[in-house]
Structures are given as C-alpha cells and as structure tokens.
Design a protein around this ligand. Structure first.
Ligand SMILES: [Zn+2]
Length: 263
C-alpha cells in the first residue's frame, strides 16, 4: 500500500506500508483504542500503531505514526476499515429538499485519493514581503489541538506549522487565508463528503463520510466468539485471540456443526 503523502525522514519520503493480518488480538486492540483513547486523534495513533506491520520499512512506532499528515492518517483508517472486511457502507440520508429519507450505498474502493503536491510536506508563502515556510499538520498536532480551547487553536497551530518563529497576532485574515490555501494545494486528500441525489425530488445532498469508522466497532461480538471457543475447547484467551480471523471462523463453524449434531 502506498500513502498519498508519506513520512519524510532524513530527507527521504517513505510511502510504502502494510497492515498486519487480521487476528482477534488486532480486532480487540482496535475496539479498545476507540473505547479508551479519550480523543479521536489519540485513538487513530493507537489503532495505526497496532494495525501497521511496517511504515516505510520500519516499525510503526507511536512517534512515527503521529508524524503522518492528517490525510495519510485518514487514508490509512479507511484502508483499515476495508482490511477489516467492511468494503462498503449504507448511509441514511434525510433529503434537505423534500425531507424524504433514503438509503445511499457507497463502495469505499471507488472513492478517489488525491496525491500530495510536488513540494510536500513544505510550502513557502510570501507574507508582507517575507518568504515564510510551513509544513502540513500531522497527528501530533491534532492530538495537542484536541486538548486546547477552540479560541487558541488557530494561532497555536500556525506557530507549530511555521519553520521560523512568526508573530501570529500580526497576520491579517488575508495572510492566514494565503497560508491555508498553500497548505491545501500541497496536501494529499481523502474524500470525506460525497454527493447523493434524492430519488424523490432529485435534490443534491451532501453526505459526510467519517474516515475513522474503523474505530467504531465494539468488542462485544468478538468477546462472544472468544467465549464460545473457550467454552468448547478450553483454550486460553490469548491463544484464541492470536488465531487468524478465518481460522477462528472455522472453529466457530465446527462448534456450530457439533451442536447441530447433538441437537
Ligand atoms: Zn428530496
């Protein structure tokens, strides 16, 4: 799998990465990341650290995963959702034209991914005759932002992204907009909103796609499966969780069959 942006380390842009095979251990860690992390950026870092077998040929440490730009993290979380077997989704839309409810189907593989611009991850912007350099926001920025008051967020982020000390308070709205536009132009992009036409009145509706759906799966069904296998074979929890998912499913099937014969 190739990241649309990539991790730039020692001047080298690394885009190659791969997920681990799905096991109960991974599924449980993902469910618990979603349940316990406290905020979404933190949960995304935990989930990707658990799920990635490598990132640019090196271990996916929390520090390196947090350095990935926001779009790369969204891309990986959506690929993770597909890796977990959820390749498409149904969305319920309330039409903004006629208020009719309709269902909208989406195949995640069909969603386009925008690759990073040539200058990635750095941009130069001329502000009041000075050339200023900025980088794209990453997961570490998002994690810190999640704990800051909203009123301080924008100026804090601009200071973080600047390669040189800048007087953020001296920037006018036009300069801020120019910096944001330059970052936007170089950023890779993942679609987080699609258009759905109402079958009743034809109105165009925008449907928000949560790129972090892989965090929303509960551990309930998995623990039920572990319980069934443990009760039947008397294996330990860690052993059962370590089974690749297809093998776990086969044992559940065998237990079902044995039960069917006994009935
Ligand atoms: Zn309508």
């Amino acid at each position: 799998m190739q990241l649309p942006g990539g991790l730039v380390e020692d001047g080298i842009r690394r885009r190659d990465c791969a997920f681990r095979p799905i096991s109960g251990t991974l599924e449980l860690a993902l469910a618990e990341a979603g349940e316990t992390a406290g905020n979404t950026p933190r949960a995304v870092t935990l989930a990707l650290v658990t799920a990635l077998g490598h990132l640019g040929g090196e271990p996916a440490t929390p520090q390196r995963v947090a350095q990935l730009c926001v779009a790369d993290r969204q891309f990986l979380m959506r690929e993770l959702e597909r890796h977990l077997g959820h390749t498409d989704g149904w969305f319920q839309v309330a039409c903004r034209g006629c208020a009719a409810q309709f269902d909208f189907h989406l195949d995640y593989a069909a969603l386009p991914v925008q690759e990073a611009g040539a200058a990635y991850p750095r941009v130069q912007v001329e502000v009041a005759g000075h050339k200023l350099a900025f980088r794209l926001p990453n997961g570490a920025d998002q994690e810190a932002l999640a704990t800051l008051p909203v009123a301080e967020a924008q100026s804090w982020l601009l200071r973080q992204l600047a390669y040189q000390p800048i007087a953020v308070d001296a920037l006018d709205a036009q300069a801020t907009a120019a910096i944001e536009a330059a970052l936007e132009a170089v950023s890779p992009g993942v679609v987080v909103q699609v258009q759905a036409n109402c079958p009743e009145c034809g109105a165009e509706n925008r449907v928000d796609l949560n790129p972090y759906r892989a965090l929303s799966h509960s551990s309930e069904a998995l623990l039920q499966e572990v319980h069934q296998i443990a009760a039947h074979y008397h294996w330990g929890e860690a052993e059962i969780l370590a089974l690749p998912r297809p093998r776990r499913q086969r044992y559940l099937h065998l237990i079902d069959r044995a039960r069917g014969m006994a009935d």
